[in-house]
Each structure stands twice: as structure tokens, then as C-alpha cells.
Design a protein around this ligand. Structure first.
Ligand SMILES: [Zn+2]
Length: 106
């Protein structure tokens, strides 16, 4: 299912932690092997980092954790609505995504 969401897409969080649900963000990275993606400003986790190197600061760092693709819905750049994605194979055998709401190729 990983073709449905790609880097640079805008996505809506449809389930998950309450603070992220309903938020939209840009996909920064997709991990096809685990069907997860990093979404900008979504699913922040705090890591407590210890370091033995005195040159590097330790302490708490926050970063985005991967979100399962099933919790994300693509926002169509054409009609600007969260949508399911269909697939269409065009003549040169490349697969294009199709918005199920407005029918546009994405
Ligand atoms: Zn659309």
C-alpha cells in the first residue's frame, strides 16, 4: 500500500494520538518496508539522550516518529480534500494515482 503516500504529499492524520488526529502535514520520508512515514510536525516523541561525549549536548530531544500509513489519508492537491487513492496504469506502464473524489491524476 505504500505507493498511496509519497514524499512531499500532504496528508491528514485520521487516527492515532488525540493531539495529532485531524492534523495535516507534509510527508518527509516514507518507509515502504514497514508501511510507515514521517510527517512534519506529527507524532512527536521525546527522547532522553545520554552522551558520553562532553562536546555534544545531551538531554531531551524531540523528533517526529514514523506513523503507520493506515493512519494517514492523502490530501488531494487538486481538490484539497482528504481522499482515498486509486491506481491507474497508463500506456507506458507507469502507475499513476487517482483521486477518488475529483478523479484527478496525482
Ligand atoms: Zn481530488
Amino acid at each position: 500500500m505504500s505507493f498511496r503516500i509519497r514524499k512531499e504529499d500532504r496528508v491528514l492524520v485520521i487516527s492515532g494520538k488525540s493531539q495529532d488526529k485531524g492534523k495535516a502535514g507534509k510527508v518527509l520520508r516514507v518507509y515502504p518496508s514497514t508501511d510507515k512515514a514521517i510527517v512534519e510536525n506529527i507524532n512527536f516523541i521525546t527522547q532522553h539522550k545520554r552522551t558520553r561525549d562532553p562536546q555534544k549536548p545531551g538531554g531531551r530531544i524531540t523528533r517526529e516518529a514514523p506513523v503507520h500509513l493506515s493512519k494517514l489519508m492523502l490530501i488531494c492537491p487538486k481538490c484539497n480534500q482528504p481522499t482515498r487513492v486509486g491506481a491507474k496504469v497508463v500506456e507506458d506502464k507507469t502507475r499513476v494515482r487517482v483521486c477518488k473524489k475529483c478523479g484527478a491524476d496525482i
